[in-house]
Design a protein around this ligand. Sequence first.
Ligand code: DON
Length: 309
Amino acid sequence: MPSPDLSDVVAEIAAEMAARPDRGQVATYIPELGRIDPNQFAIAVALRDGSVVCGGDCGTYFSIQSVSKVFTLTLALGLAGDRLWNRVGREPSGSRFNSIVQLEQERGIPRNPFINAGAIAVTDMILSGHQPREALGEILRLLQFLADDDGVHIDRAVAASEERTGFNNRALANFMKGFGVIENTVEYVLGVYFHHCAIAMTARQLAAAGSFLAHQGKNPATGHSVITAERARRINAIMLTCGHYDGSGEFAYRVGLPGKSGVGGGILAVVPGKASVAVWSPGLDAWGNSHLGRIALEMLTTRMGWSIF
Ligand code: DON
């Protein structure tokens, strides 16, 4: 059977998602995110030739939150190489994204770079020897470079909102500092972490930015080599096993792609060799992952035959 036309599939998904009454709950623990209208949805599929097939609110900026952790991991691996894995594990946690329970049992070493504790430890490695402003600039410039778009920016209101309410993250960071896993001043590390989570992008920009992960570390549209093929493969492996926290098994079962979610309602998913996909809908499921985003990706991979399994 010939595979269906991607533009048709994307348009159908956008229409169905716009009409669905069950949209999940927006995150309220970061008050600024609680103000977002849940009736929004976007899907963007960036292809090898650089074209991006879009549906819904593809040009609307949203808070990428934990999706930023894919890019901070990419940056930190470039800086620290495999030494990074001395301070962060590579196993699924089976716990919520902001859980502290395993940290004490495992001597302050976070299970993986995508749970909050792991991402804070990764941010500490990026900060090493720099001013927070410089480290944050590095992260933002990486996203602008990957998306090939200077419109990518930091939403200061979201960062300030999380800075005021980030008590759990302060606990995680201080706990790791107590074990010697965090090297820099805790408030500096958290300042960079809160701000990189508050990066705002459109679905179109995010899909383009993830393109290197679908094409062996190289963005085929811009010709930029970002990382080695081996490293891209390994980041994809961690996205598949840990990218949706304690919902990673469910995501692999239903969608069948490496993916990374954020509490802003974004998900970046990778179709190796074919495409990079960004979806966004602010309402979340019980695991803190985009409710409609996951359903949309399940529809996309089912219709296009894009599951990696
Ligand atoms: O640290 C936090 O709690 C947020 N800045 C990011 C958490 C997040 O996106 C979890 N993902 N679904």
